[in-house]
Design a protein around this ligand. Structure first.
Ligand code: NAP
Length: 292
């Protein structure tokens, strides 16, 4: 069997087209476009790529996007001052501080300083709490992207056994919480795996929907996947590749070539969850603009 491809690029394009109309309406109502400001500290190459992609996506769709680039030696006090200025700016609807931050800056302190009504990443504890109790203001971008990709490709999670590999605050944990809620794109029986899970392969094999978010290239092999399972690969890992001009290439957490012969549907990397994450960020930026 060769799995159907869950094409995140195509689904994200559809979402962006839907959002374009909403953005036009919002812009005429607000007398300005919705505004998203992304703050990047330092020169992490992967962060720079992500920020560029977010900026371009905003520009294409009519969201006013500003990127503030701060040097790697920026102090926590300086970054807090930047966040406070953005909190107070009525033209800034959404604020995103790109993670990871340099060592001298506490990520939780910065996240907590962002006005929760501008927290388009949905990382602020107030927004995480609202999401956890089923009253979301925003949904976290990557977990929401996974759920929306499944929904728009005709895969419900209701009543399904779902295994999530990874329990980070950004992907695995919020995704597990969302899938455990009531509703057609929830109502799953969720197993969450991590580095202390004694038999990862068995936990994966029991899944009708398997979501890999471990950050370990090709850690999900064909033997770990039940025949006919739906496999979502969140992983984006740089692996050395001397044959490539850049010296590396991107690999997911799933051994794509082998797993596609076992699964019924699978996301590619790139072109799966990545574009969906950006589409959900744009969705959150529009939502934020309606809150002000
Ligand atoms: P993270 O913070 O490093 O968390 C990784 C999680 O996976 C942890 O909970 C860890 O367990 C678990 N894990 C690691 N190795 C494992 C193993 N061998 N077996 C079982 N569990 C294991 O990473 P993250 O931020 O969640 O990101 C995960 C991956 O998704 C990365 O490749 C990242 O680049 C990618 N990502 C993609 C997008 C996108 O838009 N496509 C967005 C965000 C992240 P412990 O808790 O026990 O350490």
């Amino acid at each position: 069997m060769t799995a159907t491809l869950l094409d995140g690029t195509a689904v994200a394009r559809t979402i962006r087209e839907e959002l374009a109309g909403q953005i036009r309406d919002l812009s005429s109502r607000l007398k300005r476009p919705p505004g998203l400001t992304v703050v990047i500290v330092g020169e992490n190459p992967a962060s720079q790529v992500y920020v560029r992609m977010k900026h371009r996506a905003c520009q294409e769709i009519g969201v006013a996007s500003e990127v503030i680039t701060l040097p790697a030696e920026t102090s926590e006090t300086e970054l807090l001052a930047t966040v406070a200025r953005l909190n107070a700016d009525p033209c800034v609807d959404g604020i995103l501080v790109q993670l990871p931050l340099p060592r001298q800056i506490s990520e939780p302190r910065i996240i907590e300083a962002i006005d929760p009504s501008k927290d388009v990443d949905c990382f602020h504890p107030v927004n995480v709490g609202l999401m956890a109790v089923g009253q979301p203001r925003f949904l976290p971008c990557t977990p929401a992207g996974v759920v929306e990709l499944l929904r728009r490709t005709g895969h419900t999670t209701q009543g399904k056994r779902v295994t999530v590999v990874g329990r980070s605050n950004i992907v695995g944990r919020p995704l597990a919480i969302m899938l455990g809620h009531r509703g057609p794109m929830a109502d799953a029986t969720v197993t969450v795996c991590h580095t202390k899970t004694p038999d990862l392969a068995a936990a994966c094999r029991q899944a009708e929907i398997l979501i890999a978010a471990a950050g370990v290239p090709r850690c999900v092999t064909a033997e770990m996947v039940a025949p006919g399972a739906v496999v979502v690969d969140v992983g984006v890992n740089r692996v050395d590749d001397p044959a490539s001009e850049r010296g590396y290439r991107l690999a997911g957490d799933v051994d794509f070539d082998a797993v596609k012969e076992v699964a019924s549907a699978i996301t590619p990397v790139p072109g799966g969850v990545g574009p969906m994450t950006i589409a959900m960020l744009l969705t959150n930026a529009c939502k934020a603009a309606t809150l002000h």
